[in-house]
Design a protein around this ligand. Structure first.
Ligand code: ZN
Ligand code: ZN
Length: 179
């Protein structure tokens, strides 16, 4: 596929055999980066991938579970996003219901490899990962929003404490079961 300049980064899938009409950034992830909240985990995953490509660390922070946000290394996220030569995204599987309020997205985030001198080596590799998302209810309204649950952030929460997502359940029976 020959993506145009305006193709949304999350619409570029180097392993796709058939070419779907790719959405432009404007019609895809931009509204989420600006103000919309993602209606499901796959949508959130896509907009987070695009935020990596377009180096929007503030969006990556905002869409991580609030209790983890202060523990994120924004500079590290930023440099990693910058140093990676992103090549596309493939959503392998979206499991919208994993227990009461969690969802899972299996994906491959493609990137171009570099040789030791930092030049492009002409090969595409993929981070193949499973990400867990949690749907958190607002304290002040009935709205609920999806957040990324970052397994690399060390939380100082014991298994019996109330969950970091604010669900009111014990951590071990909620997000603790997935991270
Ligand atoms: Zn997109
Ligand atoms: Zn939880």
């Amino acid at each position: 596929m020959q993506p145009s300049l305006h193709t949304c980064p999350c619409q570029i899938n180097p392993s796709a055999e058939t070419v779907n009409t790719a959405l432009s950034y404007q019609d895809c992830c931009q509204p989420y980066h600006e103000s919309l909240t993602a209606p499901d985990a796959e949508r959130l995953m896509r907009s987070r991938y695009s935020a990596f490509v377009l180096i929007k660390p503030e969006y990556l922070v905002k869409t991580t579970v609030p209790a983890q946000q202060g523990l994120l290394d924004v500079q590290a996220i930023k440099s990693w996003a910058k140093e990676t030569d992103w090549a596309g995204l493939e959503i392998v599987e979206h499991t919208p219901k994993l227990g009461k309020r969690h969802a899972q997205v299996e994906f491959k985030a493609y990137f171009n490899t570099k040789d030791n001198a930092g030049n492009l080596a002409g090969k595409i590799q993929a981070h193949h990962e499973l990400s867990i998302f949690v749907n958190v209810k607002d304290k002040n309204s009935d709205d609920a929003h999806w957040y990324f649950l970052d397994p690399t952030v060390a939380m100082t929460v014991t298994q019996k404490q109330p969950c970091i997502c604010g669900s009111g359940e014990k951590f071990k029976r909620c997000c603790g079961a997935y991270i």
